[in-house]
Every structure is written in C-alpha cells, then in structure tokens.
Design a protein around this ligand. Structure first.
Ligand SMILES: *[C@@H]1O[C@H](CO)[C@@H](O)[C@H](O)[C@H]1NC(C)=O
Ligand SMILES: *[C@@H]1O[C@H](CO)[C@@H](O)[C@H](O)[C@H]1NC(C)=O
Ligand SMILES: *[C@@H]1O[C@H](CO)[C@@H](O)[C@H](O)[C@H]1NC(C)=O
Length: 351
C-alpha cells in the first residue's frame, strides 16, 4: 500500500501461511483471549492531528455524487518531479474518460515537501503531517515509522467514513485507465483489490492488497474500521494488510454484517497478476515490486503500452491478442521469487 507496498508483497508468502493457520487453528480465530476487546477501546475522531474543519471542507469540495471521494497518499520521495505523483496524474489524463475523476481526488500528504508539490499541481491536498514524525524518503518496510504511517492511514480513512464520505482509496502507484465504478460489486460494503485473485469474489482466501479499496460509509464499515485500527494492538508489529488478513476471518465481521468482496485482477490488476486484456483493465498496480526507481521505470513503460493501445483503437486497427503489457521488467527482478506463493497460484515461467 501507501509508500512501499512491496512490503505487502514480501509478506505474501507469509500471508498464505497465516491464512492457512487461521483457517486450521481455531484459537487464532478468536483474538480476544484476554479481557481486552479492541473494538470497545475505540474513540471516534480522536485522531490527534486531523484538522477536522479543514478536512470537511476539502471533502465537501472534492466529492462526487453520493458523497464519494477518491483518496491517495503521498510522501516526499513519491511527490518529486518525474516520480510517482506525476505518473499517477498522467494516467488519469490518458485513461479512457478518467480525467474527470481528478476533481474528486484528495491527495493526503505525509510531509511538508509533498504538500508543497501537491498544491502546485492539484486542487485537493490535505496535510496530514504528523508532529515529530518524518514520513519523507523511502520508508523501509516494517520499520517502526513505516508501520506508524500505515496505521495512520487506516486511522485517517475511518475518520473519512465517520464524516459520512465513502471512498475509493488508491495507492499512488496504481494507474487509472478506466472508470472503476461499473466493475464494483453493487451491494458490498468493503471491496478490495488482490495481489492474487482466486476467481471467487466472496472467498476470504483471496490475497488482498490494501492499496486499492472501495468502502461505503455506513455503520458497518465504521465499526469495521474501528475494529481494524484497534486490532493493531492485538497484533503488534504487523501492518494493516496482514492484520486484515487475520481479522477477515473474525466472527466480529459476520456479527457486524459487513459484506466483503475481492476485486478481479482482470479489471484491477498489478504486476503480481497482470490484467491480461487491455480492453478490460481499469487499474494497474506496481505491486510485487521493490524499490521506487524500479516502480517508476516500469510504470512509465506501462503508460507507453497504454498509449500505443489507445492509438491503435483510435485507428480502428484490430487489436490482435487483446493488446498486452510489456511490463514488469525491472520490477520482476526486484521481487524475490521465494516470496511469491507457488502452490495456489500459477506463476508460469517466472524465473
Ligand atoms: C474546490 O475545488 C476546485 C477544483 O475542483 C478548486 O479549483 C477550488 O480551489 C477548490 N476550492 C476550495 C475552497 O478548496
Ligand atoms: C502541516 O501539519 C503540520 C503538523 O500538524 C504542521 O506543523 C505544518 O505547519 C502543516 N503544514 C502546512 C503547510 O500547513
Ligand atoms: C473509451 O470508451 C469509449 C466509450 O465507452 C469507447 O467507445 C472507446 O472504444 C474506449 N476506448 C478505449 C481505448 O478503450
């Protein structure tokens, strides 16, 4: 997610193992072994440095119909010229009818430099700099600050839900090529993209990637985000995605009535499992990739692939073999094979 989602992917193998553990070890399904129930320890809107008044005004100005906004986060390294932020904005511009979404995109910046660059380029920037914490630079996966930053994001998003706004959260290394809304599940509360999609949108055994999700603001999702955020205490040292992979099996979810759906990588793809048909793709994520430079390199090529594809469509050329990506390139090499799940997913000829 956020700043270095490669971390999530490094954890993919671990997630598979954990998912199996959770499935087969019922003791892990019940996290409240003591008296501490994280859900009841919650305090709404308590995020210490969220400026509610400013946030409300930004959300109000950015919202589309149905009180829905698109949200991404940005730090200094990703906001630099010719880096991720520029690529993200470019994808919205060259995507098929996606430019109109830019006026609904709220960019949450994590440091001063990112904020300064954001306001140069974009109308909706929110400064979420946390006092005394430096989120600039390339965060190192699992470093304490990185963890804090990821949880900060969940905390922020629950505030957005609390304020009555639904959101599409999208990591800045996710390129938008088509309107995703027609591909969302109609009646789900919480929908999330996958590193690896197993074909069944309801299967909790999918391997989600929290870098892209669509969450409707309602009582169920607010309770769920409180539960998720507070579960960081139950699972110290884990980041939000790994904790999600644990709590997705928790009876609490059923009790709340939260409906969860996993998004098909045919529409919401990534380098882990690319969407194969350019006629279908809505978004593509630079997941399964370590290192900002590798990501930027491959995403530039991806945008080039898309431009070629749209040109050929415009020229009425029959786009044989549905078009195809020429990526991942550097990303493939950056991502160690031993971290990718082998049993459940066909990794083909990856070497
Ligand atoms: C509201 O959003 C528009 C762009 O959609 C922007 O031009 C304008 O400055 C924003 N106004 C405020 C008060 O943020
Ligand atoms: C952003 O927020 C931080 C922490 O609240 C604050 O110190 C800083 O002045 C803010 N920056 C801007 C440009 O508003
Ligand atoms: C873009 O969308 C329009 C309308 O849905 C469609 O006619 C056109 O073929 C699309 N172009 C591409 C490149 O997908």
């Amino acid at each position: 997610m956020g700043i270095m989602d490669s971390g999530h992917n490094n954890k993919t193998a671990a997630s598979v193992t954990l998912a199996c553990l959770v499935l087969y070890d019922s003791s892990l399904i019940l996290p409240f072994s003591g008296n501490y129930n994280p859900f009841f320890a919650t305090n709404h809107l308590a995020s210490s440095d969220v400026n509610i008044t400013e946030l409300k005004s930004i959300l109000k100005n950015a919202t589309m119909g149905g009180n829905t906004v698109i949200i991404t986060t940005l730090n200094d390294a990703w906001a630099e010229p010719d880096s991720m932020f520029d690529l993200l904005l470019e994808s919205f511009r060259i995507g098929n009818q996606t430019e109109r979404f830019l006026k609904h995109l709220v960019v949450v910046t994590l440091d001063q430099k990112a904020y300064a660059r954001c306001i140069q380029l974009h109308p909706h920037c929110y400064n979420l700099s946390t006092n005394g914490m430096d989120f600039s630079g390339e965060a190192y996966f699992m470093a304490a600050d990185y963890l804090k930053m990821m949880w900060r994001r969940i905390d922020f998003l629950r505030t957005v839900l609390d304020l009555g706004y639904s959101f599409v959260f999208t990591d800045a290394d996710i390129m938008w090529f088509r309107d995703p809304f027609p591909k969302f599940h109609k009646n789900a509360d919480f929908q999330i993209a996958c590193d690896y999609f197993n074909g069944n949108p309801s299967s909790l055994r999918n391997l989600p990637n929290g870098g892209f999700n669509y969450v409707k603001s309602n009582k169920k999702t607010i309770k769920f985000y409180n539960f998720w955020y507070n579960s960081r205490v139950t699972y110290p040292g884990l980041h939000d995605q790994d904790v999600f992979n644990k709590i997705k099996f928790n009876p609490f979810i059923k009790k709340v009535g939260l409906s969860i759906r996993f998004l098909d990588t045919a529409y919401f793809g990534g380098f882990c499992q690319p969407s194969k048909d350019l006629n279908k793709v809505c978004t593509m994520h630079a997941n399964c990739c370590v290192g900002l430079e590798n990501k930027v390199h491959d995403l530039e090529i991806m945008l080039g692939d898309w431009r070629k594809y749209t040109k050929s469509v415009a020229n009425q050329m029959a786009y044989r073999s549905k078009g195809s990506w020429t990526v991942p390139q550097l990303c493939r090499g950056s991502f160690s094979r031993k971290h990718t799940p082998k049993k459940d997913h066909n990794q083909g000829s990856e070497s």
